[in-house]
Design a protein around this ligand. Structure first.
Ligand code: HEM
Length: 230
């Protein structure tokens, strides 16, 4: 009896963010990178989510291999209307080098990512073991009156999934472009999440869109000059 009480008393202390791929495809939706990888063997990134209707929320798990770093860093998921960074409602799991891990919301404006706090989040746990960052948290569907905390139940979004460093306590640019889910995701789905090429930022895309006709005109003019004079 005494030992049972001791175990119960210790439980909150040993809370782990242990991520599991049990139930992928049947009880939860999973994203694995590289595709088909095995957790704790060759996955460099993993994300899963499952609807938690009782709490009007969604339970998330993430794992990011931070090998080659001091183990600090962030792993994040952004909910996006397009496949670009900018105007995304984000959740970041962060583990600065010498501080406790933390889970926070953020909102991106262009390619700037601003942390916004912990409203709408619960059960956040971040751990790093052997440079593997693991995280679990529960995100409410929505927050009344907070338009930057997207309602992921009534609207489907692309998921932008990435990882990057923490520099002087602040999450900074991802080493690689985060991946974007190939379709907008329904939070009740259990299907595997496929990743497609993420677009560059909205601002960059706009610049490319503005530049394109000019670039085409220059190429056309060069072609014309060469055809006339050579
Ligand atoms: C389609 C996916 C994304 C693309 C193509 C993208 C692209 C970029 C680019 C080009 C920058 C550099 C900005 C500069 O130096 O001016 C940047 C910065 C950054 N991105 Fe992304 N991004 C994407 C998604 C995300 C997501 C989902 C997050 C968070 C979970 C994120 C977090 C950051 C952070 C923290 C920075 C550093 C800028 C800052 O301090 O705010 N990005 N991104």
């Amino acid at each position: 009896m005494m030992s049972l009480m001791l175990i119960c008393a210790l439980l909150p202390v040993v809370a782990m963010a242990a991520v599991s791929n049990a139930g992928c495809g049947s009880t939860k939706a999973c994203f694995k990178s590289p595709e088909g990888c095995t957790l704790y063997t060759d996955c460099t990134f993993f994300l899963s989510y499952v609807d938690n209707a009782e709490m009007s929320a969604v339970d998330f798990e993430m794992l990011a291999d931070r090998s080659g770093t001091d183990g600090s860093g962030w792993a994040g998921v952004g909910f996006s209307t397009d496949k670009s960074m900018g105007s995304d409602s984000v959740v970041m799991c962060m583990k600065p080098a010498s501080e406790e891990g933390a889970v926070q919301t953020a909102f991106t404006t262009g390619t700037t990512n601003a942390l916004t706090g912990t409203d709408g989040l619960s059960n956040g746990v971040v751990t790093v073991t052997n440079n593997i960052l693991e995280c679990s948290f529960t995100r409410n569907y929505s927050i009344n009156g907070n338009a930057n905390f997207y309602d992921i139940e009534s609207t489907s979004y692309y998921f932008l999934i990435g990882t990057g460093p923490i520099t002087s306590g602040t999450p900074t640019e991802h080493e690689d472009y985060p991946c974007a889910s190939d379709m907008k995701l329904d939070i009740t789905s259990k299907d595997d999440i496929m990743c497609s090429d993420a677009h560059h930022s909205s601002e960059e895309s706009n610049n490319v869109a503005i530049m394109s006709p000019a670039a085409h005109l220059i190429i056309f003019m060069c072609g014309l000059v060469m055809a006339l004079f050579y």
